[in-house]
Design a protein around this ligand. Structure first.
Ligand code: HEM
Ligand code: HEM
Length: 191
């Protein structure tokens, strides 16, 4: 909440900044996840090294953007769930939003720790290298890699459910929920 929002009340809509950050994160996550899923299928060599670097750099960018998202959320607040939602939709969408927010932090941090346990350097777009924060350990590397794998596919599942729900509201129920995250010029006519 900002200082102009009365305590306890929530804004009527997502702020322009919240919408921008949502879509920038969505694009960054789309590429990080797609490249992550493909990584194992690219033969070892310079091409694989390149995609590893891009995946890790984008992942670190997602972590930074997630921090910006949380600050923006604190400053401008989030609107209450739309009044058109059923009880199930309200619980499912809130759970999806909170788990996505958590995964936007957890997944890059687990990726970073796994690289650290492996003693690999993580170069971020060639600009700087992440510090080492975890001891080298083969057992930890194996465990963290599996965790990164599991969380990656969990994220894919939650994102598909989230997008499915958003499209259903936008084009089937046509109740204005999708418009809440779109700029006004893209608003879909509602019932
Ligand atoms: C939102 C951020 C991220 C997502 C959604 C994501 C997702 C994924 C997925 C789905 C895989 C494929 C798993 C497999 O088939 O084994 C993968 C692999 C990998 N990711 Fe990420 N990742 C993210 C961030 C990061 C970061 C920040 C790093 C390192 C700094 C990283 C390092 C790796 C590595 C090294 C692999 C290869 C498999 C392994 O050895 O663990 N990832 N990632
Ligand atoms: C990787 C992709 C995505 C991620 C990580 C993501 C994440 C999120 C999160 C965390 C929220 C809650 C915002 C908050 O309370 O602060 C949210 C809201 C929303 N997202 Fe996404 N999103 C993604 C893609 C999409 C796509 C592709 C669509 C549309 C097809 C979409 C539509 C929406 C809508 C309409 C809301 C607001 C829902 C409401 O008003 O209750 N998102 N998203």
């Amino acid at each position: 909440m900002d200082s102009t929002t009365p305590a306890g009340s929530r804004p009527a809509s997502y702020s322009a900044a919240s919408k921008w950050i949502h879509w920038i994160i969505a694009v960054a996550v789309f590429f990080t996840l797609s490249i992550g899923i493909r990584l194992a299928y690219i033969p070892e060599g310079p091409a694989q090294d390149y995609y590893f670097d891009v995946h890790r750099s984008l992942g670190v960018l997602v972590l930074a953007l997630a921090a910006v998202r949380v600050v923006a959320r604190q400053m401008s607040g989030t609107p209450a769930p739309a009044a058109t939602l059923t009880k199930f939709e309200r619980i499912a969408s809130t759970a999806a939003h909170h788990s996505l927010l958590a995964l936007l932090f957890l997944q890059p941090i687990v990726g970073w720790l796994s690289m650290d346990a492996y003693r690999g350097d993580v170069s971020v777009f060639g600009l700087f290298t992440l510090p080492h924060i975890f001891p080298q350990s083969d057992a930890a590397y194996t465990a963290l890699s599996w965790l990164h794998f599991g969380l990656g596919y969990l994220m894919l599942f939650v994102i598909c459910a989230h997008i499915g729900g958003a499209l259903m509201h936008g084009f089937v129920k046509r109740d204005g929920v999708l418009n809440r995250m779109l700029p006004r010029f893209l608003w879909i006519p509602q019932k």
